[in-house]
Design a protein around this ligand. Structure first.
Ligand SMILES: Cc1ncc(COP(=O)(O)O)c(C=O)c1O
Ligand SMILES: N[C@@H](CCCC[NH3+])C(=O)O
Length: 464
């Protein structure tokens, strides 16, 4: 998420302030396949199409703003993870990135499991038909209600995150006469190279039980003290999100296997599973270089195999929990331009009909995004733009720095790619904005999988 310094690039007129880090792209009409989903292209008229449907038709039929999801691309990415990890591993899609009934059905069909972290996500996953044993429940402060629902449904794993939760869950499972399979979430002490707010394996934060401080080993003792109601299946580690450098995962894998060996030595049990979490980064701009799932699968499996052999342990079953890497690149947000406001010597502000209510990531994490004019092509010079929303907030920024053609006018459609993850799921009703719909597009047809909110929806909760 850090901005990389760019060497003094080509200058186009005076569009780029002196010393600016970003260079204009050589072709403003090009759609970099790194940041756009696989079926996106331009048709003969220069209009962008996805899944065989052009964005003008989408805007005319469904309105803007809208999240437009490429179903084939989603399925292909889900399958790529499934295939990369193979039959000896499980891939849990992290539902927090974006969850809906359609997504759950696609995951089910493609052979993936789901990780949920609230009763709400659990409800969606179960309602859409995901078998409970293929669901894992996470959370650092799961309520009694959430634990009861999960045990009652028969979820495959509950990932425990505190001593108090171990006791709570043991009591709940005991009361239901269930022996609940659990994993223990540990913090392995890795400083993941990502934004502070989304790094989760360093010591000073709320998730997990510390390996170095001994809390992880103590949690193992406490879970094993409830053999009738808790079945300790393994250890879980998640080091953070939007990570490109895989060294952190490798260190985590080594440390998790190290704990398995300590557990074997202290308790005489070999735990059969480990989960190394999610967190693989995606390309938000052409400068990002994510790794393929197949590379990650090979290196993680190899490290686990090697470390287990060295510790004389049977290799445990491996799980991973990618969210962003599956759904992030599959969708773009389609907006209509409302105003174009050039500020001399600075940049041009382009206001769209959405904003921080449909994409909070720029304001929250200083995240970078790309943007393109999608309703036509243009030969005009590039102009440096900031794409902003319509909220009462100067930090209401969707794309901090991007280039659009200088002949951009109100009514043009622009799109921000790679908004499939953590945009709709973190959307808000700030200023009573109506959350946009999610459209699934495939084989020349589009359908609404999550409808646009209406003003009636806003009033439904407001009982006066
Ligand atoms: C426990 C856990 N698993 C999986 C994920 C998914 O992360 P990502 O969407 O970065 O793959 C997260 C979010 O960071 C998480 O907290
Ligand atoms: N919501 C974050 C990532 C946190 C993932 C959940 N632990 C993002 O948009 O990048």
């Amino acid at each position: 998420m850090s901005r990389s310094a760019h060497p003094a690039g080509p200058r186009h007129g005076d569009v780029l302030p002196e010393g600016h880090y970003l260079a204009p792209p050589s072709d403003l009409n090009a759609l970099d396949p790194k940041v756009w989903s696989q079926t996106v292209s331009r048709n003969g008229e220069g209009v962008v199409t996805v899944g065989g449907v052009d964005v003008q038709s989408l805007a005319a039929e469904f309105g803007t703003p809208a999240y437009v999801m490429d179903e084939d691309d989603f399925r292909a990415r889900a399958r790529a993870w499934r295939d990369a990890f193979g039959a000896d591993a499980d891939v849990y899609y992290a539902g927090k990135a974006f969850l809906s009934k359609a997504i759950v059905r696609w995951l089910h069909e493609e052979g993936l499991n789901v990780d949920v972290c609230s009763a709400g996500e659990l409800h969606v996953a179960l309602t859409a038909g995901m078998p409970a044993e293929r669901i894992a429940l996470h959370g650092n402060n799961k309520s009694v209600h959430e634990l009861e629902q999960a045990v009652k449904a028969g979820v495959g794993h509950i990932v425990v995150d505190s001593y108090q939760e171990i006791e709570r869950l043991a009591a709940i499972a005991g009361a239901q006469g269930v022996r609940q399979p659990v994993l223990i979430r540990i913090t392995v002490g890795v400083e993941a190279h990502t934004h502070e707010f989304i790094a989760t394996a360093h010591e000073d934060q709320k998730f997990g039980l510390s390996l170095n401080g001994g809390a992880a080993a103590e949690a193992v003792r406490r879970v094993l003290a409830h053999p009738a109601s808790l079945e300790l299946r393994g250890i879980h580690s998640h080091i953070g999100s939007q990570i490109f450098d895989t060294a952190g995962f490798e260190v985590a894998a080594r440390r998790v296997v190290g704990l398995l060996a300590e557990i074997r030595d202290e308790h005489g049990v070999e735990l059969p599973e480990i989960d190394l979490g999610g967190g693989l980064g995606i390309a938000y701009t052409s400068e990002d270089d994510p790794r393929e799932p197949s590379e990650i699968a090979v290196s993680l499996a190899e490290i686990v195999r090697r470390e287990c052999a060295a510790a004389n342990l049977r290799a445990p079953r491996l799980s991973v929990e990618p969210g962003r890497a599956i759904v992030g690149p599959t969708a773009f947000t389609l907006y209509e331009v409302g105003t174009v406001k050039p500020l001399d010597g600075l940049r041009t502000y382009v206001s769209v009909d959405g904003g921080m209510s449909d994409n909070i990531r720029t304001a929250l994490y200083d995240a970078e995004y790309s943007v393109a004019l999608v309703s036509r092509t243009s030969d005009a010079e590039p102009m440096l733009v900031r794409v902003v929303g319509k909220h009462c907030e100067s930090g209401d920024i969707v794309v901090r720095d991007g280039f659009l053609p200088a002949d951009l006018v109100p009514g043009d459609l622009i799109a921000v790619p790679a908004t499939g993850a953590y945009c709709r799921s973190m959307a808000s009703n700030y200023n009573h904005a109506l959350k946009p719909p999610v459209l699934a597009v495939r084989d020349g047809s589009a359908r609404v999988v999550v409808r646009r909110e209406t003003e009636e929806d806003l009033l439904r909760l407001d009982i006066g």
